[in-house]
Design a protein around this ligand. Structure first.
Ligand SMILES: Nc1ncnc2c1ncn2[C@@H]1O[C@H](COP(=O)(O)OP(=O)(O)OP(=O)(O)O)[C@@H](O)[C@H]1O
Ligand SMILES: [Mg+2]
Length: 288
């Protein structure tokens, strides 16, 4: 009795503390931590609890940041639209086909942004549906590149596609999403390559995997920025101010699409002086 009383106290105190901390976490106070971290099993449980609380706190912070960023990104185009419409209403700007077309372009940007946000939110929820079928990735790549040829010509960027003509690389994939992946990368190279530059798109096959590479000429992206390109809303300084600049969601979407196909995507320095995007698909059946 004399021995068991202090022992029971030693056990009860940390359990009480843990119960209190659990209530705190349950009511949303994720900064809560347990102080008693003895070297026994209870101590281990407390350390695990603290690790869990840290993750919850981090997730909550990211969620708040995501909402703050979305609000910020939506506010700018809406404010621009409002300003332009008010100028038309007040007669400061004349109603001409050009002013209407500029309003239209602004709504298109907004629609594009909302669509990208919606897609990312769906994939966060695990609700983005993929209709996979056995298809030829190279065929999708060829037609995506083809659809952008005219745009590249207009900007005098030499676009070359080097894949064996008859080759096929069959992968279980969603055609629409793959198309979106390639179009996002083409759009980036178009936007972020100087006039008169180059984009080489190539594909190689080896060890059952297909590697696709997009290599463009200047400007490049420094190593520090390259590490963050797949983050949502991340744009390299300079792209932010340019009229053509996007929201910084394209590469985050590309990563989601590649992940959903159990592939890999990474960015490197391009031998042509710009950015190189490297995509790998595994379990590919190669023909040709
Ligand atoms: N090919 C490239 N060459 C140089 N910089 C690039 C290239 N592709 C992307 N970047 C840089 O990476 C940033 C992020 O690209 P991402 O596609 O995610 O967003 P975005 O093009 O700015 O907007 P969005 O794609 O949402 O319209 C760009 O803002 C740009 O600074
Ligand atoms: Mg982009």
């Amino acid at each position: 009795m004399l021995i068991s009383f202090p022992l029971a106290r030693r056990l009860v105190k940390p359990i009480k503390e843990m119960a209190a901390a659990t209530h705190e976490i349950a009511s949303g106070r994720y900064a809560t931590r347990i102080s008693s971290t003895s070297s026994d099993e209870l101590g281990q449980l407390a350390r695990d609890f603290n690790a869990m609380a840290l993750i919850l706190e981090k997730n909550e912070k990211e969620r708040r940041q995501w909402i703050a960023d979305i609000s910020h990104e939506l506010r700018t185009p809406v404010a621009v639209l409002q300003g332009e419409i008010e100028a038309l209403l007040d007669g400061i700007r004349p109603v001409t086909p050009e002013t209407i077309s500029s309003l239209h372009a602004e709504t298109l940007r907004l629609t594009h942004l909302v669509e990208d946000l919606y897609q990312l939110s769906l994939s966060d929820l695990g609700a983005l549906t993929y209709r996979k079928e056995n298809l030829d990735v190279l065929d999708v790549l060829r037609s995506s590149v083809q659809s952008y040829r005219a745009e590249f010509e207009k900007k005098h960027i030499a676009l070359s596609l080097s894949i064996p003509e008859e080759a096929e690389a069959i992968v279980s994939a969603d055609r629409g999403r793959l198309d979106q992946l390639f179009l996002n990368l083409l759009e980036n190279s178009l936007k972020y390559t100087e006039i008169g530059g180059k984009l080489n798109v190539g594909a190689q096959f080896g060890n059952g995997a297909l590697t696709i590479e997009f290599q463009d000429s200047e400007p490049g992206v420094c190593a520090e920025d390259r590490e963050r390109l797949f983050e949502r809303f991340y744009r390299v300084e300079g792209s932010r101010n340019r009229g053509s600049g996007g929201a910084g969601l394209g590469l985050a979407i590309c990563k989601k699409i590649v992940d959903a196909h159990e592939g890999g995507i990474s960015v490197h320095e391009s031998p042509l002086g710009g950015l190189q995007v490297h995509i790998v698909f595994y379990q590919v059946e190669f023909k040709g």
